[in-house]
Design a protein around this ligand. Structure first.
Ligand code: ASP
Length: 357
């Protein structure tokens, strides 16, 4: 019974959406969702529809109770909760997982607490270069950008690229040029720079750490991401970051690399990663976790834990948030903590910071 209901929903929502659906198609799907929701009060979480779910992260690393003041802890949790709730609200009212991911990630991009958008870390040249990616698990449409310098919301830019194409991955000045063509808000690069990040770069220069790969983890924390499943059972994932403090201009991390730091595929998972990007790329973190589950039958939690152990063995740290096609969102990290939150139609709603929470 449940199976046939889900199939009916699939036919109504998931299947007819073309690989790059425009807003017209999307609002029609929303309209049908709203009509169905009215006809069946149990639509949002009942057996006829998939259960919506969302998880977010704001970076992973050396996060300890002694290193964060009670006041900062409170402010960070409030920023995470605001982003989580923005995404959850969209899912609750029948909106798409892609819209929910953009809503959550774009809020975190505007919060100076995190290493994305405003408050992003600085390159060795003292500039901000932003990376972002988004993927839709139903169509496997994707948009990825690296080296963004003036576009206010890199996740909105990635989404525009996913929806409007013609390419999947843009780099360097082409990203902001594409954003201007599509009327996305532009700001001076200095708009992203905060006192805190300037000080971190100065500290790094003083410590003369050299290559950014050997950076202490606290200097690169704060990448943001979200994964969501809507009431049609469609998954989406998005990640946005400034990368590593003191990185070389032109360096690309794992966040915009589809299959490394970002992946959504309705057949296995939606995933967003944070951590030592070079190792996450080399371990093909997202693809490997998906494939272990899809082809090897491994439970996702176990697959994620094992792949993160591989990353650790390479000398990297960090974590992932992931969402299975059915069931609650999962977290996995090999670092002391991860800023994270999750919510779902079952009533789950939590924000966590430290590893032992
Ligand atoms: N993964 C990001 C990067 O390497 C950094 C982070 O998540 O802290 O660009």
């Amino acid at each position: 019974m449940e199976q046939s209901c889900n199939l009916a929903n699939d036919r109504l929502f998931a299947v007819p959406l073309p690989a790059r659906y425009g807003h017209g198609m999307h609002s029609r799907a929303l309209f049908v969702a709203a009509a169905l929701a009215a006809a069946s009060p149990s639509f949002a979480a009942g057996p006829m529809g998939a259960e919506w779910a969302i998880a977010i992260h704001g970076g992973a690393g050396v996060i300890s109770r002694t290193g964060i003041s009670a006041e900062d802890d409170k402010a960070i949790r409030a920023a995470l909760a605001e982003a989580l709730d923005a995404g959850a609200q969209i899912l609750k009212s029948g909106g798409s997982s892609t819209d929910a991911v953009v809503a959550a990630v774009s809020r975190l991009e505007t919060s100076p607490w995190f290493n994305a958008g405003i408050g992003a870390v600085l390159t060795s040249a003292g500039t901000v270069e932003l990376d972002a990616a988004i993927m839709d698990g139903a169509s496997q449409g994707a948009g990825a950008v690296t080296g963004v310098t003036t576009t206010l919301s890199p996740i909105a830019l990635a989404r525009t690229l996913m929806d409007k194409g013609p390419h999947v991955f843009l780099a360097g000045p082409a990203t902001d040029a594409y954003a201007r063509t599509h009327q996305l808000t532009q700001v001076p690069n200095s708009h992203f720079v905060t006192e805190r990040r300037l000080k971190q770069l100065q500290d790094l220069r003083q410590r003369n750490q050299g290559a950014s790969l050997s950076l202490p983890a606290e200097l690169r924390m704060g990448t943001v991401g979200a994964v969501a499943r809507d009431v049609n059972g469609n998954l989406a994932a998005g990640t946005s970051t400034g990368g590593l403090t003191g990185k070389s201009p032109g360096r690309v991390g794992d966040a915009p690399v589809i299959g490394a730091g970002t992946l959504a595929d309705n057949r296995c998972l939606a995933l967003s990663a944070t951590g030592s990007g070079e190792m996450f790329i080399r371990a093909r973190v997202a693809s490997q976790i998906c494939d272990r589950s899809r082809f090897g039958g491994q439970p996702l939690q176990q697959a994620a834990d094992e792949v993160l152990a591989e990353v650790k063995a390479m000398g990297g740290d960090g974590g992932v948030i992931l969402l299975p096609p059915k069931g609650e969102p999962l977290f996995a990290f090999n670092s002391a903590g991860m800023y994270r939150g999750r919510a779902s139609g079952s009533g789950l709603h939590e924000i966590k910071v430290y590893g032992d929470e």
